[in-house]
Write a protein that binds this ligand. Structure first.
Ligand code: SF4
Ligand code: FES
Length: 233
């Protein structure tokens, strides 16, 4: 990402994410196709935009998405365990004739945009077919976690739809759960010890408190059926 970030998220030790810089906050719901495959995103609720806010990351606040201090009562262990190396140093590369796919599996947020139309790992092998390539790029760009990135083989540049600076709270009706906090458009994540994680267009942060890859989401919210409010889907 080229531009200086205007919004920062600081991971407070065993406490909330402190968001500074007036990012628009909304609920982002996964829209499924007829077979239940993840197809698109829809904004289903907007929250008040605040210059500074504390978003719950222990999963136990009674005022989600905001922190209400429950983390202290439950003795939340928010230790950050994620690999701090830049994305490309961790990525596996899958080559295709016209495009390349890079993949860091540990970042997967289980949104399943990679699965329809034959799965992106197979599509890349047919990336010289315009129809396949179109689905491939769309599906990879819909991957909220930035686990997947598509590259143009000739120019060696990422094929990345720049997203507006904004924060989404993921809802997954097919799985019947709420998902991670989706940071879009280059929001700077700062660790509790001051380390600045790589600035990226798509990042998902754990919101249920149970990820083994904190501060990032690892998909655990789906197996534990995390809900941010009783009627959130
Ligand atoms: S985070 Fe990306 S790779 Fe993981 S399931 Fe979602 S779309 Fe697929
Ligand atoms: S992080 Fe404070 S209540 Fe969850």
């Amino acid at each position: 990402m080229k531009n200086k970030p205007t919004v920062t998220v600081t991971v407070s030790p065993n406490g909330p994410y402190v968001v500074e810089g007036a990012a628009p906050l909304s609920k982002m719901t996964i829209v499924a196709n007829r077979k239940g495959g993840s197809e698109d995103w829809r904004e289903t609720r907007q929250y008040e935009t605040k210059e500074k806010m504390a978003l719950c990351r222990c999963g136990q606040s009674a005022r989600k998405p905001y922190c209400d201090g429950a983390h202290a009562k439950i003795g939340f262990d928010g230790t950050e365990t994620a690999n701090r190396a830049p994305y490309l140093e961790q990525a596996q590369e899958i080559d295709g004739p016209a495009m390349i796919l890079t993949d860091v599996e540990s970042l997967c947020a289980f949104g399943r945009f990679c699965d329809p139309n034959g799965r992106v790992w197979n599509q890349v092998a047919e990336s010289d077919n315009p129809e396949v390539a179109q689905n491939f790029v769309r599906q990879v760009n819909n991957c909220p976690a930035g686990r997947l990135v598509a590259w143009d083989r000739k120019t060696k540049k990422p094929i990345e739809k720049e997203l507006p600076v904004s924060i989404g709270l993921v809802e997954d009706p097919v799985e019947g759960c709420s998902g991670p906090i989706w940071l879009r458009g280059g929001i700077q994540v700062i660790a509790g010890d001051g380390f600045k994680y790589e600035l990226r267009n798509r990042v998902t942060l754990c919101r249920c408190g149970q990820s083994s890859n904190k501060p990032f989401c690892d998909g655990t919210h789906a197996s534990m059926k995390f809900r941010d409010e009783p009627s959130s889907v």
